[in-house]
Design a protein around this ligand. Structure first.
Ligand SMILES: [Zn+2]
Length: 173
């Protein structure tokens, strides 16, 4: 009869209907469908479905649809530009404040700080000679202001950097 031992797949039925059967992979499919009521019904169901889809009217787009889509794209792009601008502003502000603090600490501040450290070291050395338990306490006392100062610079910097990262697109246009 024919070399086709199994029923047609959905894809084969659609190719048969469209007249694009593969001469190698679909060999015997047409002959099988002409003799197998089950496969003939499958092909017929796809023909009916295709006719029904062809008969469907394409819905009319609302007036101004394209304009409203373009407007939403512009709004989204403007928002992203604003966020980038804000991020750059925050970053610049943080850098300016840090630079200002460094400049302010520069002339007298730096000298005062260094002499303060020297005094502290001298005191620490004296304290060491008195008792070795004082130095860890001094370091612990210095640690908190240092951490607070670092956090005050690093946290806004990190926030600014995260704002610089492009927001994930929620919709593909
Ligand atoms: Zn069949």
């Amino acid at each position: 009869m024919n070399t086709f031992s199994e029923h047609l797949t959905d894809a084969m039925a659609q190719r048969l209907l469209d007249g694009v059967l593969d001469p190698v992979h679909d060999a015997g499919a047409e002959a099988h469908a002409s003799q197998c009521p089950e496969c003939a019904a499958l092909v017929e169901s796809y023909r009916i479905l295709g006719d029904a889809l062809d008969g469907l009217a394409v819905p009319e787009l609302a007036a101004g649809f394209t304009a409203s889509v373009l407007e939403r794209i512009e709004v989204a792009e403007a928002r992203q530009a604003r966020e980038r601008w804000l991020a750059v502003s925050v970053l610049s502000g943080v850098l300016l404040v840090a630079a200002g603090a460094l400049l302010a600490a520069g002339a007298g501040g730096l000298a005062a700080t260094v002499s303060g450290w020297a005094d502290g070291l001298a005191e620490a050395t004296r304290a060491l000679s008195i008792g070795r338990q004082v130095l860890p306490g001094l370091l612990a006392a210095l640690r908190l202001p240092l951490l607070a100062g670092a956090a005050a610079v690093v946290i806004p910097l990190l926030l600014g950097l995260t704002r610089l990262m492009p927001a994930p697109r929620t919709q593909s246009i």
